[in-house]
Design a protein around this ligand. Sequence first.
Ligand code: ADP
Ligand code: MG
Length: 542
Amino acid sequence: MGGAGLGLAAGCAVATCAIAAVMVGHRVRSRRRWGRAVALVREFEEASATSVGRLRQVVDAMAVEMHAGLASEGGSKLRMSLTFIDNLPDGSEEGTYYALDLGGTNFRVLQIQFSGKGSMILTHRVQRQPISQELMTGTREELFNFIASTLKQFVQREDDGIDQIPDVRKDLGFTFSFPVRQLSVSSGLLIKWTKGFSIKDAVGKDVAQCLNEAMLKTGLNMRVAALVNDTVGTLALGHYYDVDTVAAVIIGTGTNACYLERTDAIIKYQGLLMNSGDMVVNMEWGNFWSSHLPRTPYDISLDDESPNRNEQARLSSGFEKMISGMYLGEIVRRVLQRMAEESDIFPDAVQNLSVPFVLRTPLMAAMHEDGSPDLREVGRILEDHLKISGVSLKARRLLVRVCDIVTRRAARLAAAGIVGILKKIGRDGSAGVASGRTKGKPRRTVVAIEGGLYVGYSMFREYLNEAVAEILGEEVAPPCLFSALLPAIVIQHYLKQMPSCPDYLVQNHPHCQVLKQQAVDSLKIKLFHIKPFLFLVSSTPK
Ligand code: ADP
Ligand code: MG
């Protein structure tokens, strides 16, 4: 009995020890797995580092590539295309204009009245029309006939009382956001369709001419006077509000930039360009590449796996993939997937995290900007959108750190790109007082920035603005960076009397004062929609 009791006691002790050993083993393994997740994030952070020194190397590389792209066709990955826009609006424009904006699933027709005084818009009317799937994949005749007849109905409806001389042919501004080889300010050949469009018989054709023919057929007395892309539109809009605007950058689904260049610096077209002065150059900077870009294994695998998966991803290049809204969420997903594979911090999530592009950038931004102490929003997004539950608070914190690394790198690289443009045109302060130093008389420089990522993601914007000032150094006055859409947001702050309202935006933009009573959403739409008009104004001979 005693023996049996002893035996039982001994058996219990062995079992307890075994259980304890198992528990300790679990804890050690779990700590090791957590340690692995942290190590992965640390490695990623190191590989993504953007010290000021490295950013300055990117600045130099951007300026060098710009020179090379201007020197010869194909001389650089930067295409540096001519736009034939040599005159930008300055706020003194007057009269009624029509424009058309085609670049996605909707197209818009617009009518706008400029006051002629101090960048003031009197009225603007917009009609938005969806483009059906059939039209997106049909024939060019069907698409352009549809656009022309919608425009005709709009003009007939809106013209009453405004048009002083109804029989005179009207000019039309056409914002066409697909790749085009520009032939003149009002003509250009479609290189290829993107964004779900596939109208084969339009490729290689002059899209302005296609529209002109359709307008003629429908009996609409109008002609395309300006054909532009969205980057040039942003520059025009920036210049309309502030004549010191020298460059424009789009950071949305993709990214691109354009700027004002001296025609004598566009070496590759010296024979072609007769007039001296300036011309807007479309950089196509998404294609920029430099060995100084901090590339991680996740960027490399994104590149390698793109061809079969996604047309846009296949066509984009290094810079765009590190910066733009299409990819930031995807880079985060790739890091999280590896963390899920090599640790246990996202329970049972490997499968859900292995779907490419499942984590969209706006969702990633919302997790990054979750200000709640227990990161409730991060938990909700993981559950609702990725079907991942039971993620601990410390794992959610690690996830936010991954978002921060990706966004910070993107914003700082975009900042380096912007300073690269300023360097190319001698406005980065490196050439002395005249190019932007605060001592002596500074030369004011404004860069217009637009696109959903910059406008909608405040952490991105803060990192970008901060990095521009950091790269330029304390002695140089940083350029004024503004988005035409942002004043609308600023006004909202202004109306709420929030102390953080950046005064320079309100001061620099008279329309802030004019429009401040209106709802923020309608303001955004208003400012966004006037872009094509401004092209038209800038290109119409006075
Ligand atoms: P597009 O570039 O397609 O013309 P936008 O300039 O509106 O259109 O940019 C849309 C892109 O911007 C989205 O695909 C998304 O990646 C990004 N984006 C939009 N809103 C946000 C947001 N709040 N936070 C982060 N990214 C955003
Ligand atoms: Mg756009």
